[in-house]
Design a binder for this molecule. Structure first.
Ligand code: ATP
Ligand code: MG
Length: 392
């Protein structure tokens, strides 16, 4: 029965003069998201509102699911629109709407009319009262409650008349593309896809980089990361996934540096390489899934040592989260099941039994001098031989 959606957006409504930019970005993102849904849609902006009109048959559930992944949307209201053929007809339409949407009539309600077209012969108050009366006549078991109604029946008088009552929650946040771009260090774990999701939610477009170490990490591990990138891109939009072959660098570090510092030194080179790719792609920051104290390489000392190589800001949206809190988000965004597939990632093979938990940057730097001979060239090779995938 529904042929349209009214899109509610919260935060972007308060951006003053820039408001239209945010609205336009949201319209673009909605259009993009709906391209993948069967059916033809028109997305338009009228008087501070965004509507999605279905111009053909469409799959309601699929459409709602897609819209629930468009950042910037706070609510999705399925709308019925009817022609303006006089008040009596409107009364019939409203009664029919209630009957279809609420088979159980033991409910309280309130009518909330809005007259966007001022030449309509009744004002909002009159419409509220009269329609309320019509509904009570049709369904005497219903009751009016103006404070906390079960059903808030919205009636908007425009060229056509829009009727809606339900608000399906959207993902919140800000439209992707309104806040620059950042580079996500995406591993096959639980954390980094969630980190990407969270930064993207603030309107940031993302690209991703994965450090692959064949044959120590399998093709399946790489496929898993590609799948995770796809899940994240359902929210963040299309992204480039850079797959860097890290094997030689890893082996070289293994050969030349103390094994208990391996993870930290590797992490520092990952950051350096990610920063280079970020620079080439116009990214203004790096994103990781780190959280204080989660593992040896994420103590305050380790984070400081890793951070020391970066000049771009490193965004760590999970820094204060417990694992369980991260797991809950990963379940919500559908990445959990893929993340827990048991394919070894880059680090598990080279982890020392007793990695340093309090690395000293100066000591680390001294040991990195053992790499002087070949490392710069190896970094260039890794950059130049990287594979770049377009993820949609
Ligand atoms: P995740 O669940 O995201 O893998 P983790 O708890 O396993 O995180 P680490 O392995 O210590 O944590 O990695 C910390 C962060 O470093 C990751 O969240 C990710 O951003 C980045 N990272 C680690 N390994 C890789 C990799 N192979 N490729 C790209 N980024 C990586
Ligand atoms: Mg990991």
């Amino acid at each position: 029965m529904f042929k349209a959606f009214l899109i509610k957006y919260a935060e972007i409504g308060i951006k003053g003069k820039n408001r239209y930019l945010f609205e336009e970005a949201l319209v673009d993102q909605i259009r993009f998201a709906l391209k993948k849904v069967e059916g033809e849609f028109k997305v338009h902006r009228t008087q501070g509102r965004i509507y999605v009109d279905a111009l053909s048959e469409f799959d309601f559930d699929e459409t709602v699911q897609r819209l629930q992944k468009v950042f910037g949307i706070s609510g999705i209201c399925p709308v019925v629109y009817v022609e303006d053929e006089g008040f009596e007809k409107l009364g019939k339409d409203v009664v029919e709407f209630i009957d279809k949407v609420y088979p159980d009539k033991s409910k309280t309600f309130k009518v909330q009319a809005r007259r966007a077209r001022k030449n309509y012969p009744m004002d909002s108050m009159e419409i509220n009262c009269e329609l309320g009366g019509v509904i009570l006549d049709a369904y005497p078991e219903m009751k009016v409650d103006v404070h906390k109604p079960d059903i808030e029946l919205n009636v908007e008088i425009r060229e056509k008349i829009y009727i809606y009552s339900e608000i399906i929650p959207g993902p919140g946040g800000m439209p992707v593309g309104t806040n620059g771009k950042a580079m996500l260090l995406l591993s096959g774990g639980i954390d980094s896809p969630v980190a990407g999701y969270m930064i993207s939610k603030r309107g940031v477009k993302i690209d991703a980089v994965y450090f692959h170490a064949p044959p120590y990490t399998s093709d399946r591990a790489k496929e898993k990361v590609v799948d995770l990138a796809r899940y994240v891109s359902a929210y963040s939009g299309p992204m480039k996934l850079h797959i860097v072959n890290f094997t030689d660098i890893q082996l070289y570090i293994y050969e030349k540096c103390p094994h208990d510092e391996l993870t930290i030194i590797m992490r520092r080179f990952m950051m350096k390489i990610a920063e280079r790719i970020a620079g080439e792609s116009g990214c203004l920051g790096l994103i990781t899934g780190e959280s204080i104290g989660q593992v040896a390489s994420q103590t305050m000392q380790s984070l400081a040592a890793t951070n020391e190589v970066c000049t771009l800001p490193v965004y760590r949206p999970l820094i204060g989260f417990d694992k369980q809190e991260i797991v809950e988000i990963s379940e919500k965004i559908d990445t959990y099941e893929t993340s827990v597939l048991p394919y070894e990632d880059c680090c598990t093979i080279f982890v020392a039994k007793h990695p340093v938990t309090k690395p000293n940057v100066n000591v680390i730097k001294a040991h990195e001098r053992n790499l002087e001979e070949k490392i710069d060239e190896m970094v260039e090779v890794a950059l130049n031989t990287r594979e770049i995938l377009d993820i949609e």
